[in-house]
Design a protein around this ligand. Structure first.
Ligand code: PEP
Ligand code: MN
Length: 349
């Protein structure tokens, strides 16, 4: 199947010309008229069918092959962007949504300090890992249920919905009871039992792309969740493994327009895990906004040098605040505003 995407406002006669050109090649062309534009599904025997004459017609924006395997995640089945409502915060709408917080929930004071500062800077979602997928079995594995509780309480105190990772199907109900978004980590992107389990959950899911996952594989992983009945899915690009060794991973900014061309699901970029080094995080955050991502996820810590996980890529509070101030005018220019900062009350001595 190929999809012909018409430009917004394409004339009826231009749409008709596309359909007639396809029919002249004995291809079946089915238009779908959305609120802003029309797309035309063209049934082709294989991907090699040449539609270059259609691509050149007036009013045509692009012609792209569609893997018939994408059904529910594909643009051809839903033209309008999906907006995910996470505890009252809309992801995939006009606002550029910043999720931030520590890699791991460590102590009550640590998560409280993060929540307070994230809210003050105009962050909208509080992140914090309670169950941690660590490369080494000897590294800190997270506080588990206690971490979930601390995260939920800190989020509630500061009006921030929460996101945290779930690593095992048996824990989906426990995590869904305490958090607003279930995160599937990069390492679990193709853990099909877990994808099916969150597909049955009635909570938004943020699915992270794996280190070696193609965009097609990511979309097919998301398809499992939607096929399971959960349409509230956010995709997250967090850096892929390449030959480059000067950063932890390579942020695939290209994934944003590529996913947006193929899918209606919102896309978040995670500059922290992509760079692995805090000094590069703000630049990648700016790139995410300019590239059309629906938001970012940023790791912050009151004292990154002492963080129990991912300290090297975590922003201290001043750097996070400065990054947010840099993003705000870009958001205005892109018509993707950030929530306003609400400066903290001066502590009185
Ligand atoms: C995380 O968000 O802390 C995390 C472990 O991310 P990823 O799964 O992308 O490595
Ligand atoms: Mn982390």
């Amino acid at each position: 199947m190929m999809i012909v995407t018409m430009r917004p406002g394409a004339a009826v006669s231009e749409i008709g010309a596309v359909i007639r050109t396809c029919q002249a090649q004995d291809l079946i062309a089915v238009p779908s008229h959305g609120a802003h534009r029309t797309v035309i599904g063209v049934v082709t025997a294989d991907r090699s069918t040449d539609l270059s004459d259609v691509a050149d017609l007036p009013g045509v924006e692009q012609v792209s092959p569609v893997s018939a395997s994408f059904k529910l995640v594909g643009r051809e089945f839903r033209e309008e962007p999906t907006v995910v409502d996470a505890g009252g915060v809309r992801i995939g709408g006009e606002e550029f949504v910043v999720m931030a917080g520590p890699c791991s929930v460590e102590t009550p004071d640590q998560i409280e300090a993060c929540a307070r500062q994230v809210a003050a800077c105009g962050g909208r979602i509080l992140r914090g890992g309670a169950y941690k997928p660590r490369t080494s079995p000897y590294s800190f594995q997270g506080l588990g249920e206690e971490g979930l509780e601390l995260l939920a309480r800190a989020g509630a105190r500061h009006g921030l919905p929460t996101i945290t990772e779930v690593m095992h199907p048996d824990l989906v109900a426990t995590v869904a009871a305490r958090a607003d978004i279930l995160q599937i980590g990069a390492r679990n992107v193709q853990n099909y039992a877990l994808l099916e389990a969150v597909g049955r959950a009635r909570k938004p899911v943020m699915l992270k792309r794996g280190l070696m996952t193609t965009i097609e594989e990511l979309l097919l992983a998301a398809e499992y969740i939607l096929a399971g009945g959960n349409r509230q899915v956010i995709l997250c690009e967090r850096g892929i493994r390449t030959f480059e060794t000067s950063t932890r991973n390579t942020l695939d900014v290209t994934a944003v327009p590529v996913i947006k061309a193929q899918s209606h699901l919102p896309v978040i970029l995670d500059p922290s895990h992509a760079a692995g080094l805090r000094e590069f995080v703000p630049a990648l955050a700016r790139a995410a906004l300019a590239a059309g991502a629906d938001g970012i996820m940023i790791e912050t810590h009151p004292d990154p040098a002492r963080a129990l996980s991912d300290g090297r890529q975590s922003l201290d509070f001043d750097t996070f605040a400065a990054m947010m101030d840099e993003l705000r005018p870009i958001g205005e220019a892109m018509r993707r505003p950030l929530a306003p900062a609400e400066p903290l009350e001066e502590e009185t001595a």
